[in-house]
Design a protein around this ligand. Structure first.
Ligand SMILES: Nc1ncnc2c1ncn2[C@@H]1O[C@H](COP(=O)(O)OP(=O)(O)OP(=O)(O)O)[C@@H](O)[C@H]1O
Length: 232
């Protein structure tokens, strides 16, 4: 069953004041992702992978095309609709520290989205946080530490716990494990796969590492100069 479909997606940038130069970052991309499946997006640096992801998540406006999520056209969604879409579609970046406030203890970092989106009552907060860290295999002792006191792998688990609190249906992993050493990378990838099985999450998995993509993904789209040029 299709969760997300992207039709003729384009994102052009314009640079220069006098001699306007057109940059076709994404130039007519089509794909579908089914529920509980993973699509890999690979290609050389600058081919448009991150732009595809940010456009789908409505973090940037597409120049042209249509994005359909759960049978709903979300291309022009605004206001409250866009806010609730923000829970269902999430992104994990390469550097977990960029997603976490350095002055906020881990406990509060996981609590923050629960409070912002009013996802549980005050009485349920503690239990919910303990449940989330159990799901991502994070030790309870780490809850009262600050981000700089955790390793890259532990931080990525915190980021995943925060995201999971929102019950997402779709997650973009944008080079999410490429800064981690191979053993930790394998652990995080296994965690993402487990979460997919448990919660039926769909992923758009962006990476330079073809071995990782082949292991992680059901289907792979290869991008070049803003277009999908091959499928695997
Ligand atoms: N805000 C912007 N303004 C102008 N050009 C941009 C902007 N964002 C991206 N681009 C350009 O769009 C193209 C695609 O960039 P994008 O970051 O999507 O590529 P990528 O495949 O994700 O690269 P990488 O693997 O290095 O992250 C590049 O030529 C980039 O310079």
């Amino acid at each position: 069953m299709t969760l997300l479909s992207v039709e003729n997606l384009k994102k052009y940038y314009y640079s220069g004041v006098f001699n306007k130069k057109e940059i076709r970052a994404v130039d007519g991309v089509d794909f579908e992702i089914n529920k509980g499946r993973t699509l890999g997006l690979v290609g050389s640096s600058g081919c448009g992978k991150t732009t595809v992801a940010r456009t789908i998540l409505r973090l940037i406006e597409p120049t042209e095309g249509r994005i359909v999520f759960e049978k709903k056209d979300i291309t022009k969604l605004r206001g409250r609709g866009l806010k609730s879409l923000g829970c269902e579609m999430q992104i994990i970046f390469q550097n977990p520290e960029s997603s976490l406030n350095p002055r906020m203890r881990i406990y509060d970092a996981i609590l923050e989205p629960l409070r912002i989106h009013k996802l549980c009552s005050a009485d349920e907060e503690n239990e919910k946080i303990l449940k989330l860290i159990e799901i991502v295999n994070l030790n309870e002792e780490l809850l009262f530490r600050y981000p700089h006191e955790l390793s890259g792998g532990q931080l990525q688990r915190v980021v995943i716990a925060r995201i999971l609190s929102l019950n997402p249906k779709f997650i973009v992993a944008d080079e999410a494990t490429s800064m981690l050493d191979p053993l930790v990378q394998a652990q995080i990838l296994n965690l993402l796969k487990d979460l997919q099985i448990k919660f039926g999450i769909s992923y758009l998995f962006i990476s330079h590492d073809m071995d990782v993509v082949e292991w992680m993904c059901d289907e792979i789209a290869i991008m070049d100069k803003g277009k999908i040029v091959d499928w695997k």
